[in-house]
Design a binder for this molecule. Structure first.
Ligand code: SF4
Length: 196
């Protein structure tokens, strides 16, 4: 496998950022339909533990992280180490852990343009047509459930986005000759930055 720091993934990232723009458009349209906004939310989904499973999104997070000022990077890395220590106590029962993502500063995402798919789309209900497992439904975030527990008229179809990202991921993995399963939180991703 080629060393990660020697890889030029900019072409793949460009494609990913176009997919992200499409997702944002679709999300915005659904948010307008429901008149839904994250503003002032106390259930902040940035304090939910999410694992991310694609290398391409890992590189996007690192791309965003690299653009941050040095002092913010250092603070985020310190927070990431504390996060991982805490997470290690909750492996296998992550849903019980409420802890802020180390890239959330005062309620704002420091890598907003580079944030992964799940951070973009989690809030509103949707579905994914899995090629073998059938339809998977997503209910939206806790705030949406509280505010809109009657209405599910505008579901975001995640199928095209997942498929495009999966295709991109396959291309990237082929180019890298990378076959290992990937599963990391944002904290674990940025903590890797000191190694790469
Ligand atoms: S990457 Fe950004 S949006 Fe995603 S959990 Fe972290 S702070 Fe929140």
């Amino acid at each position: 496998m080629e060393a990660l720091q020697d890889l030029d993934v900019s072409r793949h990232l460009e494609t990913l950022y176009q997919i992200y723009e499409d997702i944002d458009r679709e999300y915005q349209s659904a948010a307008e339909f429901y008149q839904f906004s994250c503003e002032g939310c106390e259930e902040n989904c940035c304090s939910t533990v999410f694992y991310h499973h694609t290398l391409i999104e890992y590189f996007a997070v690192l791309d965003g992280f690299d653009e941050l000022p040095e002092d913010i990077k250092q603070e985020a890395l310190d927070k990431a180490r504390d996060y991982i220590k805490e997470l290690n106590k909750y492996r296998g029962k992550e849903e019980q852990l409420k802890i802020f993502c180390p890239l959330n500063f005062d309620g704002l995402c420091k890598i907003y343009k580079h944030r992964p798919l799940i951070c973009r789309i989690h809030g509103l209900p949707g579905y994914f047509k899995h090629p073998t497992k059938g339809i998977q439904q997503f209910s939206g975030c806790k705030r949406f459930e509280k505010l809109k527990n009657q209405s599910r008229e505008r579901l975001i179809d995640r199928t095209m986005f997942y498929t495009k990202i999966a295709t991109l991921e396959s291309q990237l993995r082929r180019d890298m000759n990378y076959v290992i399963r990937f599963q990391k939180t944002i904290a674990e991703m940025i903590n890797d930055r000191i190694l790469l």
